[in-house]
Design a protein around this ligand. Sequence first.
Ligand SMILES: *[C@@H]1O[C@H](CO)[C@@H](O)[C@H](O)[C@H]1NC(C)=O
Ligand SMILES: *[C@@H]1O[C@H](CO)[C@@H](O)[C@H](O)[C@H]1NC(C)=O
Ligand SMILES: *[C@@H]1O[C@H](CO)[C@@H](O)[C@H](O)[C@H]1NC(C)=O
Ligand SMILES: *[C@@H]1O[C@H](CO)[C@@H](O)[C@H](O)[C@H]1NC(C)=O
Ligand SMILES: *[C@@H]1O[C@H](CO)[C@@H](O)[C@H](O)[C@H]1NC(C)=O
Ligand SMILES: *[C@@H]1O[C@H](CO)[C@@H](O)[C@H](O)[C@H]1NC(C)=O
Length: 354
Amino acid sequence: MKYHPEIFVPILIILSLFSQWEQQQVLAEPQVPCFFIFGDSIVDNGNNNFRQTTSRADFLPYGIDFPGGPTGRFSNGRNIADILAELLGFEKHIPRYANATNEDFVGGVNYGSGGAGILDETGTTLGDVISYNEQLSNHKGTVRRLAELLGGRLAARRHLRKCIYYVGLGNNDYLLNYFPKFYSSSAPYNPQNFTSLLIAQYSKQLRKLYRYGARKVAMFGTGVLGCVPLQITKYGGTDSSGCVGTINEVSSLFNQKLKRLISDLNNRLVDATFIYTNDTVTSYGNITNLTDPCCNVSTSDGACIAGTVPCNNREEHFFWDAVHPSEAATMITGKVAYISMSPLYSTTDLIQTW
Ligand SMILES: *[C@@H]1O[C@H](CO)[C@@H](O)[C@H](O)[C@H]1NC(C)=O
Ligand SMILES: *[C@@H]1O[C@H](CO)[C@@H](O)[C@H](O)[C@H]1NC(C)=O
Ligand SMILES: *[C@@H]1O[C@H](CO)[C@@H](O)[C@H](O)[C@H]1NC(C)=O
Ligand SMILES: *[C@@H]1O[C@H](CO)[C@@H](O)[C@H](O)[C@H]1NC(C)=O
Ligand SMILES: *[C@@H]1O[C@H](CO)[C@@H](O)[C@H](O)[C@H]1NC(C)=O
Ligand SMILES: *[C@@H]1O[C@H](CO)[C@@H](O)[C@H](O)[C@H]1NC(C)=O
């Protein structure tokens, strides 16, 4: 559930990033010691495989381009959490929470769950997905465990403040909750007050994350949800770019309010840096097909149909299935996001305050 053409980052930046990445590979020392990930199917790397849910991607053709095949990632290959971990210099992708070991907890884990949202009820139509509240409660356990592993709460805090946190929720609160329920009806929420409800809940959740020791947080807004192929199929492309105008208006409203929330959190929470990660891409390189999924999709949920043969020109498709971007698209948006997050890893650590 992401993005659409609005080309602008100069190719030069992308090229210089490639060489920066190569240098990092040689240095083999990540820019931060740990990376924690909270989100939905954009980042899920197999947490849903063990849950009673239809929101899963642990079968071919998912993972067709991933070493070893399907993992539960909602992509033909890597997702944005993987790309960011690589760019940050991590030797391996951040492991999923579901099968994390003690060592994994120190370097960070991925709590992401396909179908999850800011609201607890979001995604429940797909089964037992892991809401943001549940992801936070899992993280609370991680913090406790780190205190044991690192020799006390203080040591755990010192460690946790150095980590980067990826937080990207909200897509499913609209796609699986608001629009299916309220698209053609009037009550009880309109876009304004539904979005305010989400932001109020998000604010509480992000303060909780801060209390668990997070100080460097990269926030990801919703994608351009009205341009997601499944939505266009469902509601019809109504605006000039063939997308669902009303859905785009609402997701852009969320992103605006999220930006305001972020500046509020930065003002109120001592020592914290929350970044609005703008991964709007302006040049899609080899991607020429910006509208059609590569795999054969189910018309009900837009997922690839198990066992079907996907297109061969995957590097030319923006969308992999009718909801999620391809690995090729993710490599481009991931690099743009990485640049946007740079205040979190290129600044020197602030003075320890305890
Ligand atoms: C991964 O975790 C799930 C649930 O947490 C468990 O059922 C499964 O056996 C684990 N798999 C491995 C390989 O550890
Ligand atoms: C949302 O706003 C609409 C229109 O102003 C109003 O009718 C509705 O009661 C509001 N809903 C809530 C839950 O505040
Ligand atoms: C992200 O950046 C693009 C390009 O500069 C801009 O048009 C867009 O408004 C930005 N989005 C947000 C939510 O700031
Ligand atoms: C684009 O395609 C060309 C020709 O196939 C290839 O050499 C190049 O590496 C591709 N660029 C990217 C960014 O994938
Ligand atoms: C995009 O891909 C679909 C399915 O493979 C194809 O039917 C369509 O013509 C392609 N569009 C463009 C602009 O390449
Ligand atoms: C979709 O499935 C049909 C029937 O199995 C097959 O003929 C076609 O090639 C598939 N298309 C794609 C894009 O996978």
